[in-house]
Design a protein around this ligand. Structure first.
Ligand code: C2E
Ligand code: MG
Ligand code: MG
Length: 284
């Protein structure tokens, strides 16, 4: 217990230090559209640099930062930095930012988003805000109203980690999400659970299509998963198979050009959708 407490106190100190000096790091993971085989954007993923030179995962430090009530400041930094970075990319590329429920509780999220867009000059149509179901479980009327006002700014609202919570389906008809991201646990189970996972993923993709929501599949790691997702007509894919999260500095014009070529060809027998939707933010 003593060791755990010491570790926690040390982590809190690093968080406080990084907040005070704006020392967080953002990595960006590419997202591709399957039908056009185009790079469509990146998801910004935050890391905390530890004094020993390693990067602490957000799954480890975000819950602690939430308890410390520091997530507002971290979230504002992430939004500002991600929007600024995206302005240096080709204009058709989007940037996705993860939001924490605490940013809604404090009531600062709209101002934070407005400031990030204004200061960076980023077209709001290039910004995607990713929320999880846990946000909607509490105080959902007020949260829905905030989400609507955010969407009215012209940005996209995305349901992240879809399929892992308790009642995601009811939220789908309560809020017009632009996109749902199927949690990576589905791809993790892919090889093990075979047909059953395939059926569930195909059904979610069909549901998204009916509801006019794009569907991104996360955690894609193998060629077999890619083949399946082509045939299932997933809209977008993201995962180590296509690219790990990278520091902004590694995203040179060359590496962007390389990424644009890295979608594998569709497997034989794959029929394209024909009427696939909305890649360009301007076409929304
Ligand atoms: P997420 O939003 O679902 O992000 C995807 C996570 O899956 C990332 O982990 C990414 O590195 C990982 N991933 C991507 N492709 C693969 C793959 O093919 N295989 C496997 N095994 N993993 C893959 P990461 O960066 O550790 O982030 C974890 C979570 O932390 C994120 O899950 C998100 O919920 C949260 N997070 C990240 N950045 C922020 C942030 O700026 N603010 C807030 N509030 N939460 C954040
Ligand atoms: Mg996410
Ligand atoms: Mg996710």
């Amino acid at each position: 217990m003593d060791e755990a407490l010491q570790k926690r106190v040390a982590l809190e100190k690093v968080i406080r230090d990084c907040v005070a000096h704006g020392k967080f790091v953002l990595h960006y993971q590419p997202v591709f559209e399957m039908d056009s085989k185009r790079l469509v954007g990146f998801e910004a993923l935050v890391r905390l640099p530890a004094p020993d030179g390693t990067l602490v995962s957000p799954t480890e430090f975000i819950p602690v930062a939430e308890e410390m009530r520091m997530i507002d400041k971290i979230g504002a930094w992430v939004l500002g930095e991600a929007c600024r970075t995206a302005t240096s990319w080709p204009k058709e590329l989007t940037v996705a930012v993860n939001l924490s429920p605490s940013q809604f509780e404090s009531g600062t999220i709209e101002q934070t988003v407005t400031d990030a867009l204004k200061e960076s000059g980023l077209d709001p149509r290039r910004l995607e805000l990713e929320i999880t179901e846990s946000l909607l479980m509490h105080n959902s009327d007020a949260t829905m109203a905030t989400l609507r006002r955010l969407k009215d700014m012209g940005l996209s609202v995305v349901m992240d980690d879809f399929g892992t919570g308790y009642s995601s389906l009811s939220y789908l008809w309560k809020f017009p999400f632009d996109k749902i991201k199927i949690d990576r646990s589905f791809m993790e189970s892919f090889a093990k659970s075979g047909r059953d996972v395939e059926t569930v993923v195909k059904t979610i993709i069909a549901l998204g299509r009916e509801m006019n929501m794009r569907v991104t599949v996360e955690g894609v790691e193998t060629a077999a998963q890619v083949d399946f997702l082509y045939n299932a007509h997933a809209d977008q894919v993201q995962g180590f198979y296509f690219g790990k999260p990278l520091p902004a500095a590694d995203m040179t014009a060359d590496s962007l050009a390389q990424l644009r070529k890295s979608m594998p060809p569709a497997p034989p027998g794959h029929v394209t959708n024909g009427k696939l939707r909305l890649v360009e933010p301007t076409q929304k």
